[in-house]
Design a protein around this ligand. Sequence first.
Ligand code: NAP
Length: 270
Amino acid sequence: MMRSLRLPPGVQQCAAAAARSEIPLRRPVASRVSLVSRLFAMASPSYGPKWWTDKTTAVVTGGELGQRAADEVKQAAVAKDQHGSLTLLVNNAGMAYKGDVFGLPEATATLATNYFGTVQLTEALLPMMPDHQGRVVTVSSRAGLTSIIRDPNLRQRFSSARTTAEVDALAQEFLAAVQRPELLAPQGWPRSMYGVSKLCLSTYCRTLAARMEQRGITVNACCPGWCRTDMSSQGGNKSAAEGADTPVWLALRSPDSTGGLWGERRQLAY
Ligand SMILES: NC(=O)c1ccc[n+]([C@@H]2O[C@H](COP(=O)([O-])OP(=O)(O)OC[C@H]3O[C@@H](n4cnc5c(N)ncnc54)[C@H](OP(=O)(O)O)[C@@H]3O)[C@@H](O)[C@H]2O)c1
C-alpha cells in the first residue's frame, strides 16, 4: 500500500509499503491520526531558506520499517529519479503499549519497532544519501533520557556508546533483564519498555551522527512533546501539527549541527 505524504512544493514524495513480516510486531492500536500526515505540511519561512528542488526525495516512515521497506523505497526512488538519491529520512514510526502492560513479548515488539526496525531501515537507506546534503531526523522521546537509567555504570555505557553494536548489546541486555523482572531494578533498568527503546534510539542517532560526519550527513533526534495522536489516546497538550514543528524544522533548516536531541527547536541535555 503506497502511503501519500504531504510534502512542501518541490519535494518529491516517496513512501514504502508496509513491511512488518520480518519483525515480530504486536500492534496495540490502529493508528489513524499520526504525525506522519502532518510532517512537511507547513513549509513556512521559519524553516529557513528553501534549498530543496524537484529532484529532492524525502521519506517519512509510518507503517513501514525493515529491509523490505528499504528495498521498496529504493525502487520507488529509482522510478522517480534515475539517480535514486534520498536527501531526507524522517524516522517517525513508533509504538507504545497503553497502560501498565509489561512483559517479554511486549518489550521485544517495542524494541523491534522503535529501535531495531528503525536502525535496520536507516542503515539500508544511508547508501542512497548524497554526501554533504543528506539528513536523518529521528522522532524519539524525552521518555528516553539517560536519567531513566538508575545505575551510574549502566548510564555511563549509554553516554559513552560509540557503535551500533554497543547500543544493540544494551537493548539485548534490557530484554534479558525483562525476562527476570526481579533483576530490573537492581541492574538499574527502569520498568519502561518505551523509554528504553527511545533511549537506545537517541543513543544510536548520536553514534550515527559521528559516523556520518565525514560524509557530511547530519543526524538529529527530537522529541515532539506530548501530542494529541493515537499514541497518547488524544490526550496530549499539543496538536500533531505543533508536535511536527521540530522534526520539520530539523529536516528543512540549513544544517549546522548534528548529533543532538531537540525539543521545541532547542537542544536538550540527555
Ligand atoms: N504522541 C506523543 O505524545 C509522542 C511523544 C513523544 C514521541 N512520540 C513519537 O512520535 C512518533 C509518532 O508518533 P504518533 O504520536 O504520531 O503516534 P501514532 O499516532 O501511534 O502513529 C505512529 C506511527 O508509527 C507507525 N507504526 C506504529 N507501529 C508500527 C510498526 N510496528 N511498524 C511500522 N510502523 C508502525 C504507524 O503506522 P500506521 O499508521 O500504519 O499504524 C503510525 O504512522 C513516534 O515515534 C512516537 O514514539 C510521540
